[in-house]
Ligand binder design. Structure first.
Ligand code: GDP
Length: 450
């Protein structure tokens, strides 16, 4: 999901060699500036970031390592503003969150996604329908709640959002809910009546936090409205929605520092699982092209259990990842939401995101081939792909109705993919990745599934 931004950084990084001169630095910075502005990153943010990097690198001596170090530090500073990260539970449940946003920003959908995210963390969640501005809003929330199997508190004839919010809080306390998400009214634009209503709800329920849902498709406008909500109501976190759409993505880089409120989550697809927690350290890694193994493991843990995810990570690190694991991963990935939302988390894939973006997991011919191939293997072969010599391969090819050449190709892809995964899962992997980045960006797809 950070394809555009990631390629801005990785292409600038490629421009600097280990010992280089000021001209090379200027060239890299100029290109980065052009790309970041094109991605709709605020111009002041760009100026500050690049100014800082230039100064750091000149002070430390011009070279690739210095450039990488400074970029990493400065990006981190940019994204990490004072405040919480991800979802933070109050010491005394229910953790009460007010969800705010303009009409159409994605507030209702995001409330459902957040509920889904929390439910997957084994939390008991109640959603309250306090958006009485729009006729269909309550009905929509009830549907969203049903789709993620989370309780929704609503009252048919009550017109006062404060009363609904208070009654929902009481129900959440009495029903021992861990979290209460209150969906509040939205309008097409900020007006006094809306602010008055939101203040009344805020003052009555005294939420632990206020999340503002900003539509990333509206670019810098979403930053301005977030700022305005913050000035008037005091928000604790921003959630960017519709990050999968035609949004250029730059908003995610600037919004926290521009509004001085942390970006907490990003909505990046139409499905309920398409909500990602925004942890600055991890996002910086992704922007630099290092991937996000932790984020990937966490997302996996939502659909398979945590123990299995740890086991999988251990296997990847040891290079013991076999065909059974591969199939299992593929199956669970189907449940994780759109492919687009996970591509950038896989080390090295951020840089080739485009090529794989539209890879359709469910209907992919390649996945079918792999499945057919694996089902023609013996248990031992599945567990140990190294056993596959030529006679075994031709037996498998016959069994699954593929050419021997195709079997070889798929096997090679699998081996390369697991080699890459092993390589990049360790700490040293990052350095290796840097060295390989040039080759990969040259258009070679390595051995990844097509
Ligand atoms: P609300 O008026 O703020 O409650 O907005 P809704 O939740 O009803 O969302 C408005 C529209 O945006 C709906 O059609 C949603 O399906 C869509 N939407 C919300 N979030 C996302 C997202 O992250 N990605 C995409 N593609 N669509 C989204």
């Amino acid at each position: 999901m950070f394809d555009t931004l990631t390629s801005s950084f990785t292409s600038a990084i490629k421009k600097i060699r280990f010992h280089d001169d000021e001209k090379a630095l200027k060239k890299a910075l100029t290109e980065l500036k052009k790309n970041l502005l094109k991605a709709d990153v605020n111009h002041k943010v760009v100026k500050q970031l690049l100014g800082d990097v230039e100064l750091d690198v000149k002070t430390a001596g011009i070279g690739k390592d210095q450039f990488l170090n400074s970029m990493q530090t400065r990006l981190h500073e940019l994204l990490k503003v004072p405040g919480h990260q991800g979802f933070v539970f109050a010491s005394k449940p229910p953790t009460t969150i007010l969800m705010m946003g303009l009409q159409g920003s994605g507030k209702t959908t995001t409330t459902g996604r957040l509920a889904f995210y929390l439910k997957n963390k084994q939390k008991k969640v109640l959603i309250a329908a306090a958006d009485l501005q729009r006729m269909a809003a309550v009905e929509q929330l009830i549907q969203v709640g049903a789709s993620v199997e989370v309780d929704v508190y609503h009252e048919e004839n009550e017109k006062d959002p404060v009363k609904i919010a208070l009654a929902a809080k009481k129900k959440a306390q009495e029903g021992l809910y861990d979290v209460l998400l209150i969906d509040t009214a939205g309008r097409l634009a900020i007006d006094e009546a809306l602010m008055g209503e939101l203040k009344a709800v805020r003052d009555a329920v005294k939420p632990d936090e206020i999340f503002y849902v900003a539509d990333s498709l509206t670019g810098q406008d979403s930053v301005r409205t977030a700022d305005s909500f913050n000035q008037q109501l005091g928000i604790d976190g921003v959630i960017l929605s519709k990050y999968d759409g035609d949004s250029k993505g730059g908003v995610a880089l600037g919004i926290a520092s521009q509004v001085q409120v942390p970006l907490r989550f990003i909505g990046n697809g139409e499905k309920m699982p398409d909500l990602e927690v925004f942890i600055p350290e991890r996002i910086v890694n992704r922007l630099m092209g290092y991937g996000d193994i932790e984020g990937l493991a966490e997302k996996t843990a939502n659909v398979i259990d945590e123990k299995k995810a740890k086991e999988m990570t251990r296997k990847i690190k040891k290079g013991q990842f076999n065909f059974n694991d591969f199939l299992e991963q593929m199956e669970s990935m189907k449940k994780m939401g759109s492919m687009k939302s996970i591509i950038g988390m896989i080390p090295g894939m951020g840089a080739m995101g485009d090529a794989l973006k539209n890879f359709d997991m469910e209907n992919s011919g390649e996945l079918k081939n792999i499945k057919a191939m694996v089902s023609s293997m013996t248990m031992k072969e599945r567990e140990n792909p190294d056993l596959l010599n030529n006679s075994r391969k031709s037996r498998i090819a016959k069994g699954c109705g593929m050419d021997a050449m195709d079997v070889n190709r798929v096997l090679k892809q699998f081996k390369n993919a697991s080699k890459m995964a092993k390589k990049f899962s360790g700490k040293k992997g990052m350095q290796d990745l840097q060295n390989m980045m040039g080759q990969m960006q040259g258009g070679k797809m390595g051995g990844l599934p097509r």
